[in-house]
Design a protein around this ligand. Structure first.
Ligand SMILES: Nc1ncnc2c1ncn2[C@@H]1O[C@H](COP(=O)(O)OP(=O)(O)OP(=O)(O)O)[C@@H](O)[C@H]1O
Ligand SMILES: [Mg+2]
Length: 261
């Protein structure tokens, strides 16, 4: 199991108040899985991603990353697990603007202490893999959005991480570039890369093998989410028709009043 989260809670302190953002999250991801996490804005998607990506710690619960209990690790070992084990892809690419595509992709290898010649060799192969062999020397401003995201993906996979984490990877792209990025994810997954992807869009989420939904800090299956939505809609419909009835009654009463007057 690469990710094993049990009973994860995350509270944020806002003034005197403790705000629960993640509630009793259980999530397991195996090697080779391709999972997407959907949910409305503010439901806790990025908070969960930050915890999965070892950028933040849960308030309570157990999280094992590749069998390692995260609670027992200090900041130094957490960042080393993160650098070796996790590739990140963000909505806004997060490339270094003053570095070429090649230098951007080489960066994680530099942190990992890989020698210059080897760095170049691995980064070049990663850029070829994402279809950018002819854009190695380009700066981010000279690349389209889709190309920038593909550079970011090359950077994310260059260390052969255990898992690729993506937060709205197609959010800033037109649909054609978005499709290319999704094709690339599918190819990587078929080659064994484990992927966890956050997205608002059902059509994007459908590219994964499995979809879960986070709603108001709770993780649930798509089926459960739809059932809850239906229950809520019928409650709202009941409230609306109740209001309508009250309104009609008032109008009748008013009419009655007018007739009398
Ligand atoms: N540092 C913080 N302090 C207090 N509350 C926070 C903090 N970070 C996030 N929150 C709250 O946690 C909730 C979830 O935020 P999060 O960023 O995880 O949402 P999201 O699902 O990623 O939304 P979006 O789709 O808009 O990116 C929000 O209600 C937010 O106000
Ligand atoms: Mg978010």
């Amino acid at each position: 199991m690469i990710l094993d989260l049990k009973g994860i809670y995350k509270n944020y302190q806002a003034g005197d108040m403790e705000v629960p953002v993640l509630k009793n999250i259980d999530l397991q991801v195996k090697e080779g899985d391709y999972l997407s996490i959907m949910g409305p804005s503010g439901s806790g998607k990025s908070t969960l991603m930050n915890i999965i990506g070892l950028l933040d710690k849960p308030t309570s619960g157990t999280y094992l990353f590749d069998g390692i209990n995260i609670a027992d690790q200090n900041d130094h070992s957490l960042s080393s697990i993160r650098n070796k084990g996790i590739g990140f892809v963000f909505q806004n690419f997060n490339l270094m603007p003053r570095e070429t595509a090649l230098a951007n992709v080489e960066l994680p290898l530099l942190y990992a202490g890989v020698k210059k010649r080897k760095r170049r060799e691995i980064a070049t192969a990663a850029l070829e893999k994402v279809g950018l062999a002819d854009r190695m020397k380009f700066y981010p401003t000279q690349l389209s959005g889709g190309q920038k995201q593909r550079v970011a993906i090359a950077r994310a996979i260059v260390n052969t991480p255990k898992i690729l984490l993506a937060d709205e990877p197609t959010g800033a792209l037109d649909s054609r570039s978005g499709d290319q990025v999704m094709e690339l994810f599918s190819t990587l997954n078929s080659e064994g890369v484990t992927i966890v992807m956050i997205t608002h869009e059902k059509s994007v989420a459908d590219c994964a093998d499995k979809i879960v939904v986070i709603y108001d800090g709770e993780l649930m299956s798509l089926g459960e989410y739809n059932e809850r939505g239906q229950a809520q809609r019928s409650r709202q419909a009941n409230t609306a028709s109740a209001k309508k009835l009250t309104l009609e009654k008032t109008e009748t009463q008013q009419q009655g009043g007018n007739d009398n007057g």
